[in-house]
Design a protein around this ligand. Structure first.
Ligand code: SP5
Ligand code: ZN
Length: 349
């Protein structure tokens, strides 16, 4: 399988995240992508290439251009305003109730206010190289999409930072640009075909769901920890099935704590049934390894062999696949788990 990898992810190297008011070591760190890249190289079965530049237009097709502008200029503005931190977090976010009945808030002028205007939580440090790294992750993802458009049955994009929590007009959940959504929109535009997205990260991909919620030509299907206990809390419920013309093109399968591998694979078969019933030949996979038994976020019991079986079942759907990295935070097994999934997904003789 061909894989796209960029060293530019290293430009985003958060030191901390803030979880329930506690400053903790960052989990979404460069070592994750380094471990995956090393495992791809060690395996020998992957043809690894760098991304090509695609510019900002494919991002503007999905995200608010004002958010892109904010991210591109944030660090300079932060330093110019006199802050001397190594990375930045908002202190006040734009809760919808603050402006209830008053119309939308203007975008503030100062960088701390602007940070809370665009960022929705406290886990996503923005540093001097975050924007450039996020742009490179988009180039990685679009290069993987190009490979599939030019005839590869499947391609893997080692995206870092991840993307699936970023809706059209906000960022957070370790995500800046929604890599899977940008790729999906790009594929839909270039082929005119419907596109299915299968999200198997432990967390619900609220951003991807939001971006395509009213779209009849994009199916979003997700397996995840139930939002009653799991981030992102405010999306991923079973009764969210789409809106307007997109009614019926969202399927959420929230799962209980201690979900076993057998139970997970059963839910995956349901998800793949929905993919099979949807038109088109393209599938974008949001691949998160934070369902792993040892992952700090996981209360599922997925094993390395389970990932190989997942890859097999997804590939058996027979679709052309753009497989994009999302989460996965148990670094010692991360590379092995990604390789197991991708090898499982390889066409069999
Ligand atoms: C792409 C991705 O996997 N993003 C994950 C973002 C998760 N943010 C979680 C915030 C809540 C964490 N609080 C509980 C700490 C458990 N170790
Ligand atoms: Zn996740």
């Amino acid at each position: 399988m061909r894989a796209v990898v960029s060293p530019k992810h290293r430009l985003h190297h958060p030191e901390h995240e803030v979880s329930f008011g506690v400053r903790a070591p960052a989990l979404e760190i460069p070592a994750r992508a380094e471990a995956i890249a090393a495992a791809l190289a060690d395996d020998g079965g992957f043809d690894v290439q760098p991304p090509t530049e695609h510019g900002v237009a494919p991002i503007e097709a999905v995200h608010d251009p004002a958010m892109i502008r904010f991210l591109s200029g944030f660090w300079d503005a932060w330093e110019r305003a006199g802050y001397t931190t190594r990375e930045a977090f908002p202190d006040s976010m734009l809760h919808p109730a603050v402006r209830e009945g008053m119309g939308p808030s203007p975008e503030p002028a100062g960088p701390l206010g602007r940070l809370g205007y665009w960022c929705f939580e406290t886990m996503t440090a923005v540093g001097p190289g975050s924007y450039e790294a996020a742009r490179a992750a988009v180039d990685v993802e679009l290069t993987a999409a190009d490979l599939v458009l030019s005839g590869e049955h499947a391609a893997y994009g080692l995206c870092r930072p991840p993307g699936h929590h970023a809706p059209r007009a906000a960022f957070g959940g370790y995500c800046f640009f929604n890599n899977a959504a940008v790729a999906t929109q790009y594929l839909a535009e270039l082929t005119g075909e419907p596109v299915a997205v299968l999200d198997v990260d432990y967390h619900h991909g609220n951003g991807t769901q939001q971006i395509f919620y009213a779209r009849p030509d994009v199916l979003y299907v997700s397996l995840h920890g139930h939002p009653d206990r799991a981030y992102p809390y405010f999306a991923g419920y079973q009764d969210e099935t789409g809106a307007g013309d997109g009614m019926g093109t969202t399927l959420n399968l929230p799962l209980p704590a201690q979900t076993t591998e057998a139970e997970y694979l059963e839910a995956l078969d349901r998800a793949l049934g929905a993919v099979a019933a949807f038109g088109g030949s393209l599938l974008v996979v949001s691949l998160g390894m934070d369902t792993f038994g040892l992952d700090p976020y996981s209360d599922f019991m997925i094993t390395t062999q389970g990932y190989a079986e997942m890859g097999r079942r997804v590939a058996a759907a027979g679709r052309r696949m753009v497989i994009l990295q999302e989460g996965g935070y148990f670094v010692p097994k991360l590379g092995e788990n990604v390789v197991a999934w991708l090898r499982g997904a390889e066409p069999r003789a």
